[in-house]
Each structure stands twice: as C-alpha cells, then as structure tokens.
Design a protein. Structure first.
Length: 73
C-alpha cells in the first residue's frame, strides 16, 4: 500500500514547485482530493493500482502508464 501521509507531503511540495501553472495546480488539487477520498493511486480507467514509481514521478496522475499510453496511441 501507498504511504498516504508521505504521498500527501510529496504532493504538497509539488504544489509549491508548480503553483504558477494553473492547469497543473488544478490537477494537484484534484490529487489531494483523491487522497482524502481514499482513491489516490487508483487508475480512473482500469481501476488498477498505479505503480509507485509512476506516482513518484507524476504524483497527480489519474491514469496508470498503460492507460496513459493508450490515450496517446
Ligand atoms: Zn489504467
């Protein structure tokens, strides 16, 4: 399982780094909401867990790598 507190700290850190990008800060706010709902780290398309490596790279992502690649296929 994902350490939710650690993830939340990481996402909050990213907010400070990216707060000038309104589109991205919206995505980060959405990620924080999903942490609160307990759905963070679950792909919205296939409902499978998103890999920890992907979450560390893109903590606000809503889709796993497979679904993201299909989106651009
Ligand atoms: Zn997926």
């Amino acid at each position: 399982m994902i350490d939710q507190a650690a993830v939340q700290t990481e996402v909050e850190l990213q907010i400070h780094l990216y707060q000038t990008d309104s589109r991205l800060s919206r995505a980060i706010e959405d990620a924080l909401a999903r942490i609160n709902w307990g759905t963070f780290g679950v792909c919205e398309s296939c409902k499978r867990a998103i890999s920890k490596a992907r979450l560390e790279a893109v903590p606000w992502t809503r889709h796993c790598r497979d679904c993201k690649e299909q989106e651009h296929a």
